[in-house]
Design a protein around this ligand. Structure first.
Ligand SMILES: Cc1cc2nc3c(=O)[nH]c(=O)nc-3n(C[C@H](O)[C@H](O)[C@H](O)COP(=O)(O)OP(=O)(O)OC[C@H]3O[C@@H](n4cnc5c(N)ncnc54)[C@H](O)[C@@H]3O)c2cc1C
Length: 396
């Protein structure tokens, strides 16, 4: 893909660190609403470099409401999910045309082009080394490109650098990142996989505390991966589980190189905005702790961050504290509060025994496909192990 990077200037109104969905969407919203802003969008690597560390599945209605979709970004349309129990029983949860598998590389490329056309300076071969504290009306962003370190001055900084780097040593904005899970995935040719359905494998057999996935990609290969709960990482290394999974389900498949990627769940009560710095997407641990989905969260929080900055620019200093709180409240209302509730029951959910899951799958197998709802799936699981209802009480 062809992209001419811009030479960076030494001062900007806004420096956006990270050109994933959060950073890209933030830049687009800022420029659409205030084209006069000078903006630098920086990433350490071309955000369209394959493979993007992701299984690329999103709800169609969710993404449509957040961004102008280009049909070319759709690898396939998803009509439902096969839930696979430890004993191998497959339960179909039908939801016609409810989801899509994105071509994130192409989406990132198109969005970056758009941001550049709107006159932001984009440079994707530049590492952000640190984001300095707010002093004398600005922040200093230290960057490195071709081995040379320089500094940018910014009135405001967006940290959209993904899971965990904590680039800013501002004590009021340090996050603990206590639930970042390392996932592994690879592109696998020749694994049986239906282009219109995703597959999720639950149980300790496959991935304790998490799940294994087979998501279609292009009709030839599938994105296959494993995420396990953090408490099982030492006893169940994801790479080993991945190999076992392939040996069981696709021993003759052609497995591409294995890649790792951190999944940033575990949003806590730490502040994520203040003093002209706003964190969004994975940098603020916004991933759903059970489904491990974070693309829509990143896009939406990028939009919220842009709205917040625009308000800050237009308001006197004494209103800023309220505006930062509003950003965090908006996120809480959108998904944050729900994620915190899910995080509380994550362990109980991840510890459901294989026996219980098998029992639930056997019950669900007797219900016709068309009558299987998410409620019935949960109900079958809970009634297979009544103690679960008690363990999940903090959710209800
Ligand atoms: C294996 C895996 C599978 C997943 N599958 C799904 C899925 O199917 N559906 C879903 O919704 N979510 C999924 N997720 C989660 C999803 O990928 C993330 O939530 C989403 O990408 C977050 O977007 P973001 O913009 O916040 O961060 P990112 O997409 O991580 O973007 C951050 C950007 O910052 C750049 N960067 C980092 N550090 C620096 C630095 N120091 N200097 C400059 N640039 C830097 C990175 O290069 C990157 O381009 C998955 C995650 C993983 C790891």
């Amino acid at each position: 893909m062809n992209f001419e990077p811009n030479t960076l200037k030494s001062e900007y109104d806004v420096v956006i660190c990270g050109a994933g969905p959060a950073g890209l969407n933030c830049a687009l919203h800022l420029l659409a609403n205030k084209p006069s802003l000078s903006i630098a969008l920086i990433d350490k690597r071309d955000p369209w470099r394959e493979p993007v560390a992701c299984a690329e599945a999103v709800h169609l209605s969710g993404i449509k409401g957040l961004i102008e979709m280009n049909p070319n970004w759709i690898r396939s349309e998803i009509d439902g999910v096969w839930l696979v129990a430890p004993n191998g029983k497959r339960i179909l949860y039908k939801q016609e045309k409810s989801g899509i598998i994105l071509d994130r590389a192409l989406m990132h490329y198109d969005l970056a082009k758009k941001v550049q056309l709107l006159k932001a300076d984009c440079n994707f071969r530049t590492l952000v080394k640190s984001i300095g504290q707010f002093e004398n009306g600005s922040r200093i962003v230290t960057i490195q490109s071709d081995g040379i370190q320089t500094q940018l001055k910014a009135l405001a900084v967006i940290d959209a650098t993904g899971a965990g780097p904590n680039l800013c040593d501002d004590p009021s904005l340090l996050q603990k990142h206590f639930d970042v899970e390392p996932a592994v995935f690879g592109l696998v040719k020749g694994i049986p996989c239906d282009i219109n359905h995703i597959e999720m494998y639950f149980g300790h057999t496959y991935a304790p505390g998490g799940y294994a996935w087979v998501f279609p990609r292009d009709g030839v290969s599938a994105n296959v991966g494993i995420v396990v709960g953090r408490e099982y990482l030492k006893t169940h290394p994801p790479r080993k589980l991945f190999q076992q999974f392939i040996e069981r389900f696709a021993p003759n498949a052609e497995v591409g190189p294995l890649h790792g990627g951190p999944i940033a769940c575990g949003q806590g009560k730490d502040r994520i905005s203040g003093n002209w710095l706003i964190k969004c997407g994975d940098a603020a641990d916004m991933v759903n702790p059970i489904s491990r989905a974070g693309i829509l969260e990143a896009l939406k929080s990028g939009e919220f961050a842009a709205i917040t900055l625009l308000k800050l620019f237009d308001s006197p200093n004494d209103q800023h504290a309220t505006i930062y709180l509003e950003y965090e409240k908006n996120w809480d209302t959108y998904r944050g509060k729900n994620h915190i509730r899910l995080a509380r029951v994550k362990q109980a959910f991840g510890n459901i025994s294989d026996k219980t899951l098998d029992k639930a799958a056997n019950k669900l197998d007797k219900i016709p496909d068309s009558k299987r709802s998410m409620f019935r799936i949960f109900w079958a699981t809970f009634t297979s192990s009544p103690s679960l209802i008690w363990k999940m009480r903090s959710f209800w």
